[in-house]
Every structure is written in structure tokens, then in C-alpha cells.
Design a protein. Structure first.
Length: 62
């Protein structure tokens, strides 16, 4: 599922939250990319702008 979601994004920045979807019978739950939160977007903008002073490495968007 994740590979399908990222197809066509090679070389581009992608922002989202990595989560597990719903498992189907006999299969494990797929990894999916969900929409980022407003905080994720704010941190990503700061990071890309080079304003990393307030970005905690443990919470860095990528």
C-alpha cells in the first residue's frame, strides 16, 4: 500500500504520518501514509527553511 501511495513521488519531499492500516484475513496490516497534522506541517516548513532551533530531533518531520 505504501509503495502505491508513493509512486510518482520519487525525488520529491513527502510529508505524512506513517501508520498501520487494517489487516485483512490471513495478511498483516499494511503500512500507510496518512495526512500530516498542522504541527507536522509547521515543523516541516521550519526545517526546510533552515530554522531548526525549535525543532527537536526526536520530533523532526523527516
Amino acid at each position: 500500500m505504501l509503495r502505491r501511495q508513493l509512486a510518482g513521488s520519487t525525488g520529491d519531499y513527502v510529508l505524512g504520518r506513517l501508520e498501520q492500516g487494517t489487516a485483512t484475513p490471513g495478511k498483516s496490516a499494511p503500512w500507510i501514509l496518512t495526512d500530516p497534522t498542522d504541527v507536522d506541517e509547521k515543523l516541516a516548513r521550519q526545517y526546510l527553511a533552515g530554522d531548526n532551533a525549535d525543532v527537536d530531533d526526536d520530533r523532526a518531520p523527516f
